[in-house]
Design a protein around this ligand. Structure first.
Ligand code: XUL
Ligand code: CO
Length: 437
């Protein structure tokens, strides 16, 4: 059955096209810097926003009109599976991502919940086999249900911790069954409201213990997966433990877990942390921890996670620049962890939103390739740091310098001369790379 009856296959028609249901920039087979766009971008649809989200907000109930609205329970879950593959096929999306609770409803007991999951996972597997679509990552939702009010891996209640572990175990089994490329941990309620009632050291130790159990179990069942942690500074808790890339890397190193994890970075989480997305990607990349991207954008006028579809070309260009410089996303991809606005309630809007995001990323990829091919930034940065390639700078980089040798140099040095950083000239060049004709 077709759920999106009025929409056909979305194809690349190029810049001249005025068809809103066509790609103007995303041309999957077009080669950019030696790889096709499809290979670079590895786009994924986020099950939760696209099939489960209903447009509700703290002030109003859902507005979304969806073709499966009349169904409930497992019938609705099955309809969403069908809709997912139709949607991916029509948009040419190679991957999808989900939380366990997105795909199947919770039952009265954990046994019943797991049985619901088994039915849907079998259905997903059939469709994946017949369509060739793949699972970029799955995860366990350990934050929505009231049992997780004090957290999951960082809860104060050992019974809740055990429940979370059971849920995680099942999710790893699902990941293996569906051949997931990655498994994501986003610390939904892994954080705290107030130190007045919190044992931070115990909570962090316990979180690391849960990660260790996941590594051991994946090994035990032969699940060849890349584990990812998704940093976020706040929301839902006031202080999320995985605040940003740097904090998360420090946590992983403390517990000697760094070789088992990479990061799943999200644009809106970066801005909530007071960083740009490209900052977070660079921090991950220079630490060998760039895993995957959750593509969206926030609103700088708002202090919460608005999860808008990414349309800002400066941001997508600088994002893809960082990705290309880091050597690509490997097993990761570009997952649209993004939702249509509450006022964009028609099924057709889901297509417009993904087309906008895919085109913005394709544009960003092409502009980033122009920056790299023209050595626009590289040439300047190379020149800017040239003092570290000769003389005293080369000594510093080689580790030959000491405070005494540097003092000796500084004492006899001529007056120091700095050079302009030329940021405005560089920004103009960036504009040319993005918009130049
Ligand atoms: C929440 C968020 C999650 C994760 C997966 O802000 O980004 O959807 O991506 O749990
Ligand atoms: Co996310």
């Amino acid at each position: 059955m077709a759920y999106f009856k009025n929409i056909g296959k979305i194809v690349y028609e190029g810049r001249e096209s005025d068809n809103p249901l066509a790609f103007k920039h995303y041309n999957p087979q077009e080669v950019v810097l030696g790889k096709t766009m499809e290979e670079h971008l590895r786009f994924a649809v986020a099950y939760w926003h696209t099939y489960v989200g209903d447009g509700s907000d703290p002030f109003g109930i859902g507005t979304a009109i969806r073709p499966w609205d009349s169904l409930t329970g497992m019938d609705k879950a099955k309809a969403r599976v069908e809709a997912n593959f139709e949607f991916m096929e029509k948009l040419g999306l190679p991957f999808f991502c989900f939380h366990d609770r997105d795909i199947a409803p919770e039952g009265e007991t954990l046994q019943e919940t797991n049985a619901n999951l088994d039915v849907i996972v079998a259905l997903l597997k059939d469709h994946m086999r017949s369509t060739g679509k793949k699972l970029l990552w799955n995860t366990a939702n350990m934050f929505t249900h009231p049992r997780y009010t004090h957290g999951a891996g960082t809860t104060c209640n050992a019974d809740v911790y055990a429940y979370a572990a059971a849920q995680l175990k099942k999710s790893l089994e699902i990941g293996k069954e569906l051949g997931a490329e990655n498994y994501v941990f986003w610390g939904g309620r892994e954080g705290y409201e107030s130190l007045l009632n919190t044992d931070m050291a115990l909570e962090l130790d316990n979180l690391a213990r849960l990660y260790r159990m996941a590594i051991d179990y994946a090994k035990e069942i032969g699940f060849d997966v890349q584990f990812l942690i998704e940093p976020k500074p706040k929301e839902p808790t006031k202080h999320q433990y995985d605040f940003d890339a740097a904090t998360t890397i420090a946590f992983l190193r403390k517990y000697e877990l760094e070789n088992h994890f990479k990061l799943n970075l999200e644009a809106n989480h970066a801005t909530l942390a007071g960083h740009t997305f490209e900052h977070e990607i660079r921090v991950a990349a220079i630490n060998g921890m760039l895993g995957s991207l959750d593509a969206n954008q926030g609103d700088l006028l708002l202090g919460w996670d608005t999860d808008e579809f990414p349309t800002d070309l400066y941001a997508t260009t600088l994002t893809m620049y960082e990705v290309l410089k880091a050597g690509g996303l490997g097993r990761g991809g570009v997952n649209f962890d993004a939702k249509v606005r509450r006022g964009s309630f028609e099924p057709e809007d889901l297509f417009h939103a993904h087309i906008a995001g895919m085109d913005a990323y394709a544009w960003g990829l092409k502009a980033a390739a122009r920056l790299i091919e023209g050595k626009v930034l590289d040439a300047f940065v190379e020149e800017r740091y040239r003092s570290f390639r000769e003389g005293i700078g080369a000594d510093i980089v080689a580790g030959r310098a000491t405070l005494a040798s540097l003092e000796q140099y500084a004492l006899q040095n001529k007056p120091i001369r700095n050079e302009s950083g030329r940021l405005e000239r560089i920004r103009a060049a960036l504009n040319e790379a993005i918009f130049g004709v």
